[in-house]
Design a protein around this ligand. Sequence first.
Ligand SMILES: Nc1ncnc2c1ncn2[C@@H]1O[C@H](COP(=O)(O)OP(=O)(O)O)[C@@H](O)[C@H]1O
Ligand SMILES: [Mg+2]
Length: 288
Amino acid sequence: MILEINNLSKKYGDKKALNKFSCKFTEGIYGLLGPNGAGKSTFMNILVDAIDRSSGEILYNGKETISMGKDYRNLIGYMPQQQGVYDSFTVAEFLDYIAGLKGLKKTEAKKRIEEVLKFVNLYDVKNKKLKSFSGGMKQRALIAQAILNDPKILILDEPTAGLDPKERIRIRNLISQIGFNKIVIIATHVVSDIEFIAKEVLILDNGILRKKDTPENLLKGIEDVVYEAEINEQDVNSIMNKYTVTSLSKEYAKIRVRFLCDGIPDVDNAKKASPTLEDLYLHIFGDR
Ligand SMILES: Nc1ncnc2c1ncn2[C@@H]1O[C@H](COP(=O)(O)OP(=O)(O)O)[C@@H](O)[C@H]1O
Ligand SMILES: [Mg+2]
């Protein structure tokens, strides 16, 4: 299975929300990283055929997806960024409704709904209304609807938005279990959502694909950039003014600072540290 994107662009008036985006996806989990406004949702909306592209190609196993029509849409599961439309439904009713929209047969739908409810761990609350759910439970209900038709291509737009760290970990674990024999694309501005589970990371900046590679290779690119040092509290500000600081932690009387520097740092006893994706993200986007 291969999904090939060639020179995909989307304009809103003069604004290029997506600018000649090209890449190939095969089975596995991909993390689409970028700050707000980078074009992540625009890309996903085009991929799931919710909005039209301005130009470019999307080929599924060599076939233009526009000409595939419904055959293409049937391959797709989509978790949109917005939620809260179906609050008066129970989660079972919600999934039943979505199964209808997706054209699943009644008996097949019933079995599949039970399966996905168990998978996202909402089976015990299947008759509770969505409006009574926590943010994490709602996100899991949205994941459940996205995988209902056992899609070949699963598109998740900010699946952990608004969740606390524990719920985020739970969602991440769920996604990592879905990953086999599908193309899974996760858009997020939260690096930890995709760190360790993505086979490749795509970095989108202002509609332009800046990088696409395995996490390992991406980190090799900033091998000589990340430093750590122990400093005194009064030096924190001057370091923050000079460098991008990626973390600060207090250790007894000292402060441990982690920062990015492309040359030789002007900080006493600074030692090179092994980079993380968070460092990479901040190296590209700084404080944006
Ligand atoms: N319907 C729209 N009309 C006009 N501009 C839009 C529309 N949707 C998105 N944009 C603009 O396109 C850019 C990319 O937005 P979006 O794809 O939502 O980014 P992201 O999901 O990465 O935050 C932004 O500058 C946004 O304001
Ligand atoms: Mg978005």
